[in-house]
Design a binder for this molecule. Sequence first.
Ligand code: EPU
Length: 434
Amino acid sequence: MDSFLIQGGQRLAGSIAVSGSKNSALPILAVSLMTDAPCRFGNIPLLRDIQTQVKILNTLGIESVWKGRVITTRVADTYNSTAPYELVKQMRAGVCVLGPLLAKRGEAIVSLPGGCVIGERPIDLHLKGLEALGAEITLDHGNIHAKAPKGGLRGAEIYLGGKFGSSVLATDNVMCAAVLAKGTTVIECAACEPEVVDLAECLNAMGARIEGAGSPRITIHGVKKLKGADWDVIPDRIEAGTFILAGAITRSPITVAGCRPDHLLAFFDVLRQMGIRTERKANAVKVIPVDLWKGTEVVTLPHPAFPTDCQAQTMALMSLAQGASTLTERIYPERFMAAAELKRMGAKISVANGVALIQGVDKLSGAEVMASDLRASAALVIAGLAAQGETKISRVYHIDRGYERIEERLRKLGARIQRIAGSPEPAAAKTAEA
Ligand code: EPU
């Protein structure tokens, strides 16, 4: 298991480019299952989770060639429609092949994702939406078995809200299934995340007829078939947010390039409340460093509100704020794994009932800490960059799932961060969280 060794306290300078969005690329690659034609997907980030998704697609009969940032695919056979536990347990997002498989092949067997480190992650909304389209769903031997009725899926009106609001991957799955269904589907309480819009626009470019993506009501007029895809995924807004926070916490005037600031408005609002200024252009953000910033109150909610995937990294910044902050997690109330490790670095944080109370301190001090999930690991890197002395972060395979060679890219900004090679990774006890 590799570790990172960080010598904190360095000012950063220069520009860092954002990669393609992991959470857009994962469902978009799955549309290769919905067409007989070859597909080309560009701006694909070089990440562990993408490798896992490609392996899942290969198992389902999709041949792929991955060159640089482009993946091309072609359907080799349509016989196997089973996504196995071995792969889905490595990455929860593997479940997003369910809708595409059901839509095109009329049948899908996808392993149920298991327990997840960031809390309970049910898939009831995915199943409810697909059932509304006429699918017959059974759960046995740890698998979801979905079958389209004779005559195929039929359009329907579907309310897809759950107790935590909308669901990104449930919206993706139901939208994909509805694209090839007969008639019109209306999804109410659809997720509005930019990644849902990216998927809808990719499908429309293939011949789908989807309206309203990005709003809570998506209307899908079913079509008989789709052409191949030729699509570049959007920049990763969570990676952009993470790098902006790295600039803010190290008081460094870095530029985060190749991003979409319009996807991060709630995030910028929080920075503004904390007294951190940024200069925004259409595709870049420059951090205007300040010496001191103040605490604030943040609530994570579905888009367009503050994203849960930036919560842990923001906690690192709040740890060094003047005064107190609160972080209320309304999507994953248990997603506070960063707190205990940040406390090892001198942060003052208490967590109860889905709320973290952070009392700002003057300095963090380097320590040995352990990465426990993707975004908590990113928070530890950010904290390590600002801390006095040396921070050693173990189990950084978590961060490799979602950030491409983060240490090399931060080093180009002047950060002193090294990867120390270690022993192979342990087998996952729980499904990886993304
Ligand atoms: N939920 C249900 N029932 C369902 C599905 C979800 O109650 O059937 C609940 C969840 O328990 C959670 C909330 O709805 O409280 C939102 O979950 P959602 O379904 O939106 O999560 P997801 O689609 O499985 C994606 C991202 C996550 C990100 C969330 C929220 C991908 C591949 N993953 O997951 O990304 O946190 O949306 O924005 O798009 C990450 O990248 O670190 C990551 C975890």
